[in-house]
Design a protein around this ligand. Structure first.
Ligand code: 0O2
Length: 211
């Protein structure tokens, strides 16, 4: 099938850009109101064409049905300081009026066999094009910094080993996933103290840190 990929992916690019602006806006609003914010940082990407083609082959998704069957052509990631913040972000996103959550997958409570943890929302986002509104699917992944650390490393190793991890590495990755989760649990127990320290650090003398 001869497809103009740049044109096909344009609504997805616009969706990712718009959502990044909106979600970063939430983060800034929390900072300015000097409240603990549940969002540490936000990233986004449009799935690269080679990954789309690979996934469509491995999942048996016909290229004609990409728009409805490949939910992560547009992808947003929200990193949270604490596990509790993930659920606050989920509630916040479900209450918004500018898009609709159509599916959710809680891999935080129900981790995947690989050890992967994250909360996924599949949303339907109305994107205004020249003369029409197009409803595109976007996958929003919400995770802690520790979950993100693990997932990033595992993802690059996965790329290297093409999904066929040696047994030893598989075991180590599962162990590392548990350690990351224990770290999250440990941090949650001292959440209140950390929240207080962070707000002093960020707003001391009205100066911002790296954020
Ligand atoms: P990429 O390169 O990140 O785009 P399903 O049919 O619902 O079971 P599906 O459609 O793969 O399966 O959805 P799922 O399982 O919710 O995963 C979607 C995305 O979550 C993946 O996209 C990854 O980004 C992330 N993810 C899921 N499982 C893992 C995992 O074990 N390790 C890591 N690092 N990430 C994971 P893609 O297209 O696989 O990859």
């Amino acid at each position: 099938m001869d497809r103009d990929w740049e044109l096909f992916l344009l609504p997805y690019t616009q969706t990712v850009n718009e959502l990044k602006v909106k979600l970063k806006g939430i983060r800034t609003s929390y900072q300015l109101s000097k409240q603990h914010g549940p969002i540490e940082f936000v990233t986004g990407r449009v799935k690269p064409v080679n990954s789309i083609l690979l996934k469509s082959r491995t999942r048996n998704v016909s290229l004609e049905k990409l728009e409805t069957e490949m939910e992560d052509l547009a992808g947003i990631r929200i990193m949270c300081p604490f596990v509790e913040d993930i659920y606050d972000v989920v509630t916040l996103l479900k209450n918004r009026h500018d898009f609709k959550v159509v599916q959710e997958k809680d891999y935080v409570t129900n981790k995947k066999n690989s050890g992967y943890r994250s909360y996924h929302l599949i949303c339907e986002y109305p994107v205004q094009l020249i003369d029409e509104v197009k409803y595109v699917l976007v996958e929003i992944q919400i995770r802690t910094l520790a979950m993100n650390f693990w997932a990033s490393i595992e993802h690059s190793l996965n790329y290297k080993y093409q999904g066929e991890f040696p047994h030893e590495i598989n075991l180590r990755l599962q162990k590392a996933a548990e350690s990351a989760f224990q770290l999250d649990e440990e941090m949650s127990t001292i959440r209140e103290e950390i929240k207080e320290a962070q707000s002093n650090f960020r707003f001391k003398d009205g100066k911002s840190s790296f954020n």
